[in-house]
Design a protein around this ligand. Sequence first.
Ligand SMILES: [Zn+2]
Length: 206
Amino acid sequence: MSFKMYLLIATIVLVGAVVIWLTDAVRVFFRYRGKMLLTCPETGHAAAVNVAAAEAARTALTGRPHLCLSECSRWPERQGCGQECLSQLGADPHNCLVWTKVIDWYRGRSCAYCHKPFGELNWHDHRPALLGPDRKTVQWSEIAAETLPDVFATHLPVCWSCHVAETFRRKHPEMVVDRPGNRGPMGELLTERRPNKVGVSPMSRT
Ligand SMILES: [Zn+2]
């Protein structure tokens, strides 16, 4: 084999190694990217955090990725905490993402108004909403992420179309004619033939 051939093989091996090295770092970046919900060990309540994904990726180039927070809903007051919550990330940080928890909550539920079941949510779709005890609908993305676990326990799911219609109805009641007798205590539609079996919190029926 000629020297040129050896050089070519060495170059291919080297480039391959560099690509694998960089791919690992990119994988680490995407693994820890995005807003996550963790339980604050200090309060026992949810905290919305961001892991410093770029820092994790950078340190992954030379060894184990170094994990630290870049944002927390309890900052700046508790910025000096020990960040023990990071141990909750575990083997699959994807499970801690706010987006994953939102998808999980809507999955299998139906809109409180039109009773249409929610399919798998997509990031680029219109964001669905939630109906609160104050009979107002609000899109999930407008709710402080750290309060979502509590909000999920007290609110009903509402599709984006019904959210838009109900917001209009609430802001311009004079322009809407309602058929009486088919709404529950939170303003949701009640239909006997297609009851909203899932996603109804006890408060909506009491
Ligand atoms: Zn709906």
